[in-house]
Design a protein around this ligand. Sequence first.
Ligand code: HEM
Length: 275
Amino acid sequence: IDRFEPDQVDLLPAFASPLPITIIAEMLGVPVEMGPQLLDWSHQMVAMYMHGRTRETEETANRAARDFSDFLRGYVAERRQNPGDDLLSLLISAQDDGQKLSEDELVSSAVLLLNAGHEATVHQTGNAVHAILAQGDDPRRFFTSPQTTAATVEECLRFDAPLHMFTRYAYEEIEVGPGVVVRPGETIGLLLGMANHDPAAFAEPFAFRPDRADQKNVSFGAGIHFCIGAPLARLELQVSLETLFDRLPRLYLAEQPRFRDTYHFHGLESLAVRI
Ligand code: HEM
């Protein structure tokens, strides 16, 4: 915040992006200065999920995956020699019934955490600031106590989630609603953003109401693949949003932001605010 331009700033690159990558790099024990490079690799890899990918997208993603893994292999080797107080060192030493993670498992876990650990949080931060500013008046009213702050973050997650669809494949025939039969091998799209606005589950689903009695959301998924980073993401959002509005309570939108025309991540193109 101290480094913001004095009058106007785009909060996506200046605030939302640096935080999650710095935190996940620090937790894993990967040099924080590598942040921009890690982001590049990660963006090239997640481009695989996007609609309309080309052969070039695939080759770039492959190259990024190889370079990212090579970097981590070197880093894992170094951490084996000099363990630190970080997640990578813990993963190296973790044992389950005498079995250790193989090098491939270690590297892919670290890649997954670095990739999954930032992009969704960046877009959720942007979407949350946007939703809060759109309510007008003093934003500090949404952060008057730890409970209010937590409820505000939950409502931001429900109101404008950064990930709207994940898919599952049916292993066996299942009826998911009256007359809706899914056959083995068929794909089901789980529309998380839509479930968060289900009028059967929420009163006035399109109103932003952190104090709603029916507070719940599926922004982190559900079941065995429930987001492993949910507690970290919630904490990051609680601390960053409260700090932002505490330091700059008179922020307002410099222009109406537009959502990026992308599939998979639901986030803003930019978030220009005036201070
Ligand atoms: C606001 C931020 C975040 C959102 C909205 C989010 C959302 C999700 C969702 C919806 C899934 C389930 C995917 C599925 O059902 O197939 C998921 C899985 C996952 N997330 Fe997150 N996530 C966030 C932040 C994080 C962070 C900070 C980390 C890591 C530190 C993380 C790591 C993971 C991992 C490893 C999985 C896979 C879990 C599994 O398949 O068992 N996420 N996330």
